[in-house]
Write a protein that binds this ligand. Sequence first.
Ligand SMILES: Nc1ncnc2c1ncn2[C@@H]1O[C@H](COP(=O)(O)OP(=O)(O)OP(=O)(O)O)[C@@H](O)[C@H]1O
Ligand SMILES: [Mg+2]
Length: 366
Amino acid sequence: MASVTFDKATRLYPGGTRPAVDKLDLEINDGEFLVLVGPSGCGKSTSLRMLAGLEEVNEGNIFIGDRNVTDVPPKDRDIAMVFQNYALYPHMTVAENMGFALKIAGVGKEERAARVLEAAKLLDLEPYLSRKPKALSGGQRQRVAMGRAIVRQPQVFLMDEPLSNLDAKLRVQTRTQIASLQRRLGVTTVYVTHDQIEALTMGDRIAVLKDGVLQQVGTPRDLYEKPDNVFVAGFIGSPAMNLFHADLVEGGVKFGTATVPVDREILADTSSTIATIGVRPEDITVSPHEGEGLAVEVDLVEELGADGYLYGHSTVEGKRTDIVARVDGRLHPNAGETVYLTATPNHVHLFDAESGERLSDKAVAI
Ligand SMILES: Nc1ncnc2c1ncn2[C@@H]1O[C@H](COP(=O)(O)OP(=O)(O)OP(=O)(O)O)[C@@H](O)[C@H]1O
Ligand SMILES: [Mg+2]
């Protein structure tokens, strides 16, 4: 097992105008499950492929443990990769598929069989070892792909959207299985997904990328409670955090007719009179006092049993602004009504209106 270090690792594709991955600095601890997440095209696969040795590193270095692997061929890096299209060999049985890389590596028949059996037990694949892939369900095939990686006993697992071929229900089951399997094996894992829920549920830590640039690295809780900038704030969490411009006033920030108190130090830190305010749907409440807070016209309430989500709109700085608030699933306002919403003090995030950077740690008291 080993740690992984990206040291200002940069990839500029030939003919590209800006790097697909730009000076990536990231340290992944030994045994850690790190999730790389971000929208399509942000450089997740490129980062993973650089670590695998499948993509050239134009600047910077990559280390596995203390070893600089920047120029080491993929086969000598001691990693195993699970791809989105994990194409199994159709003419081989499950056991042969799982043992194939070992055979190529010259591992003897008996040891191969033992390692395949061990992995099959871990993955509940023992009953299927002599079947061909076409006689397996999607989830079972996905586990065979995992098995192929596990039998190699690598220092690092790399996984690039390994669940995207599965249907929604199977994805949820399989993500739990992968996360718990990784914890049992304790093998350092870099896992790529564009799905922030997968990232939040699976990762020890999450690294958020945008346009090839690392935005923030932290535990799921760090990212949820203290996003470093507007992008992370909007990307992590579902429904997304409400984000809009608001006036900074004496003692706080304007939220409709109400003022949400904000630490004086933050207000003193910024020369601006306007900020981007961020409030999660669960930190917004329907005000019991008519006229207090932000006037919102209700467009729709989505009932989800105990909870519901109120989708509405308001006018902020003359612009229509959509707002989402969590409400009681049974007792809630109805579409067409106008309600006043307030934000829970100490759960309001403030960002610089121009740069989008978090104004201070202290905006949210945890
Ligand atoms: N072989 C290539 N040649 C030129 N440009 C490439 C190549 N591969 C990827 N890119 C570009 O590099 C950027 C990052 O691509 P990458 O595949 O790393 O994104 P991603 O985050 O994995 O996206 P997705 O979620 O869609 O898989 C994109 O703008 C993409 O168009
Ligand atoms: Mg990709």
